[in-house]
Structure formats: C-alpha cells, structure tokens
Write a new protein. Structure first.
Length: 114
C-alpha cells in the first residue's frame, strides 16, 4: 500500500520561501515519476510540478522559475523548493505519483500572506 506523507508547509509572507517534503513508502520510489499537486479553496486540484525517475522536471507555467522539484531516491523522498511565493500559491499541497498512483495523503497547508 502506497503511503505519502507531506510536510514543510506553513505561513509565509509574499516573497518568502518554503521547502516541502514528501516521504514515500509502499512503492519502488526510484522507478516512479512523481508529482506535486495543490488545491486552493474552492478550486480543483492542479498539477504543479513533476519529476521523472531520471530527474527530468516539468512545471506549471504559474510556478516556473520560482519552484524547484527534486528527489532523493536513497531516502524515498521528494522535495519542492518554493521561492518568491505569491498569495495565489496559497493551497494544500499534495504529492503523488505521476500519473497518480495511490490515495491522497493529508497534504500540507501553505498560506502566503500578501
């Protein structure tokens, strides 16, 4: 059974930074493409960034140049470095496979004050 545990969210002022972590178990992490997703209040969940098993990355236009996705296969962990945060980045952030491979975890709340 896949387990996904997100952490690292918090309250930050616009222009600030946060680093999210996603601990993964239950799958062979190193061979899976992974993604970060987010869901803002009243909106549908959206894909933010993806990373392949080989480290290739892709980003939503809204975060390109500000967010960096990375992974540590030895630790079965994925990260999302978020810089120059904007109010519109406020959301619950989730990790999952890409395409989605399991149930959603609890997510981690990111709140950006303007």
């Amino acid at each position: 059974q896949v387990q996904l545990v997100e952490s690292g969210g918090g309250l930050v002022q616009a222009g600030g930074s946060l680093r999210l972590s996603c601990a993964v178990s239950g799958i062979v992490f190193r061979i899976n493409s992974m993604g970060w997703y987010r869901q803002a209040p009243g909106k549908q969940r959206e894909l933010v960034a993806t990373i392949t098993s080989g480290g290739g990355t892709n980003y939503a236009d809204s975060v390109k140049g500000r967010f960096t996705i990375s992974r540590d296969n030895a630790k079965n962990t994925m990260y999302l470095q978020m810089n120059n945060l904007k109010f519109e980045d406020t959301a619950v952030y989730y990790c999952n496979g890409y395409p989605r491979t399991g149930s959603w975890g609890q997510g981690t709340q990111v709140t950006v004050s303007s």
